[in-house]
Ligand binder design. Structure first.
Ligand code: AKB
Length: 316
């Protein structure tokens, strides 16, 4: 049977770009999301359904030779805060089910199914730290952070069991900071303040910021995000027990971004109205990440200045 790739949450900020990239690379894709495709690619099999439909997931693995999974369907931090039950169902229960199905498929195939899981800086906490390494204090304070951590650990455990037999699941994960795109403005996350502020500055709309000016968080651009996922999934093997790696291009404070945008868009207006839910989450996430492990195992490199990083987004 022809090898297939399954992408869940293909309509999201990262999923949509990964879908295009995998098609460009000649992969045969099954794309699942709860919303309709915005633009259909002829070679892709689109399915409008939920990852909570376990029957469907089962059916997909039984009837297709799925050798790679990119699992993006999830509720982001602020949406998860408002809907904790749905977050636990979607981010945790459905992710475990998908991992189990992918692993069983690998076992039946006598192979390892590659599984990509986008984790998050939300696994860190409870205090803000600088230059966080993967094993630094990991006590998330949010539902979302807990969901991400549980799946990292679940996937890593199944991976360990699989490699001893060389069949089952090959689990690979990246802990993403805030992701900034040039053509989509995400919502539902805590780091989404940055792409939203950039969008308001570009279109000369007032931006009401829910975080304090001194709040510092790490970020990565969408191009590097896509590249790091594709590169990671193309590696034959990642010889590391640690299965979740930090990546970051730049880190900056709310004020730094505001001041830079004002140099480009002098009439841009911003007001500050701190929101406890946003601020307390941002205060438990690292201000910067140590990426030395991603550099060693994934050859992840990034040497952007803050100014060129934002310029690149504005000029795309
Ligand atoms: C969020 O803010 O919820 C996400 C993330 C950092 O995981 N962007």
């Amino acid at each position: 049977m022809k090898e297939k790739v399954l992408i869940t949450g293909f309509n999201g900020e990262i999923g949509s770009k990964i879908l295009q990239e995998l098609v460009k690379r000649g992969k045969s894709v099954i794309a699942l999301d709860i919303t309709d495709a915005k633009q259909e690619i002829a070679s892709v099999k689109y399915i409008k359904d939920s990852i909570l439909n376990f029957k469907l997931i089962n059916h997909l693995f039984e009837n297709n030779n799925i050798t790679e999974v990119y699992h993006f369907a999830a509720l982001l931090s602020q949406t998860a805060y408002k809907n904790p039950e749905l977050a636990n169902e979607t981010n945790e229960k459905a992710s475990k089910n998908l991992i189990d199905s992918a692993c069983s498929h690998g076992i039946n195939n006598g192979d390892m199914t590659r599984f990509f899981f986008p984790s998050s800086i939300a696994v860190y906490g409870p205090r803000k730290i600088d230059n966080a390494s993967e094993q630094d204090i990991i006590k998330p304070t949010t539902v979302y952070g807990n969901n991400k951590l549980i799946i990292e650990q679940y996937g890593s455990r199944i991976h360990e069991e699989s490699i001893s037999k060389n069949i089952g699941l090959d689990f690979r994960s990246i802990r993403f900071p805030g992701v900034i795109s040039y053509d989509t403005v995400p919502s539902g996350g805590t780091t989404d303040y940055a792409p939203q502020m950039i969008d308001c500055a570009k279109s000369n709309r007032l931006f009401e910021c829910k975080l304090s000016p001194e709040t510092t968080l790490p970020f990565i651009g969408i191009d590097k995000t896509v590249l790091s996922i594709i590169d990671m999934m193309n590696l034959d093997r990642i010889d590391s027990k640690l299965r979740a790696f930090n990546v970051e291009e730049v880190n900056f404070s709310v004020k730094q971004l505001k001041d830079f945008l004002l140099t480009k868009f002098p009439s841009f207006k911003i007001t500050f109205k701190e929101d406890k839910n946003f601020q307390s989450v941002a205060d438990s996430w690292p201000s910067s990440l140590n990426c030395s492990r991603a550099n060693k195992y994934l050859n992840f490199q990034s040497e952007q200045s803050f100014e060129s990083f934002v310029e690149n987004i504005l000029n795309r």
